[in-house]
Design a protein around this ligand. Structure first.
Ligand code: MD3
Ligand code: FE
Length: 207
């Protein structure tokens, strides 16, 4: 029963412990080549509470003057984003069945105090392609609404090892992370130890 809302599929425990450890190693390698950075809100310039990096041809970022956007290179090093790990491309094909590979993979790192306000993902030109999310480490209280901010929301727990596919109507839904649950219970796999409490990767089509 993975469909929790029209077009939203929650695969609880999709990655077993071994797969979580392999994904953690791949992500640690990406971070080594493309250091975590802090995006800022457009106009106000206030820092977001998550740290992030990307892999694949395009990466998402935001700053005070340029706003939300995709860029082909890291904002601080100027280097192109590292390639998307094969494991992520394989999971995209398996879970979405989408005929083209993802163009962007955003890696969000949450501390115990970090959160993400209710928002829509609309910086992509292609809204017909699904988004695939994978989580590692601490559980979080996740909130999923509808296409309008005022629509009713459902809240549920996203745990390390879970996969979430947003397709069809869910692709346009508002969503956010209310809070991170105590990370001591479910620490990040060893390769990401010390990086934070929770890591989420989202794969998208952009163009
Ligand atoms: C529902 N990330 O990076 S992943 C984001 O846990 C983002 O880091 C959250 O929202 C995180 O933009 C949530 C699950 C997710 C991703 C994209 C969605 C849920 C979504 C797009 C539409 C609806
Ligand atoms: Fe989002």
């Amino acid at each position: 029963m993975p469909e929790i809302a029209p077009g939203a599929f929650h695969y609880s425990g999709f990655l077993d412990a071994g797969a979580q450890a392999r994904l953690a190693r791949d992500i640690a390698e990406v971070i080594a080549q493309a250091p975590l950075f802090v995006s800022r809100m457009p106009k106000s310039g206030l820092p977001m509470s998550v740290r992030m990096t990307n892999c694949g041809p395009l990466g998402w970022m935001s700053d005070r003057d340029g706003g939300y956007r995709y860029e082909p290179a890291h904002p601080e090093t100027g280097a192109p984003w590292p390639p998307m790990p094969r494991m992520l491309l394989d999971i995209w094909a398996e879970l979405t069945g989408y005929p083209k590979p993802p163009e962007a993979c955003l890696i969000n790192v949450y501390s115990d105090e970090a959160k993400m306000g209710l928002h829509q993902d609309r910086d992509e030109a292609d809204f017909n392609a699904p988004i695939l999310s994978l989580s590692l480490g601490a559980d979080c209280r996740f909130r999923l609404g509808g296409p309008k901010r005022a629509d009713r929301t459902i809240a549920f727990t996203l745990s390390g090892g879970d996969a979430l596919v947003l397709s069809g109507p869910a692709r346009r839904s508002f969503h956010g992370v209310d809070r991170i649950l105590p990370s001591i219970l479910t620490p990040l796999p060893a390769p990401l130890m010390g990086v934070g409490a929770r890591v989420n990767v989202t794969m998208r089509r952009v163009t």
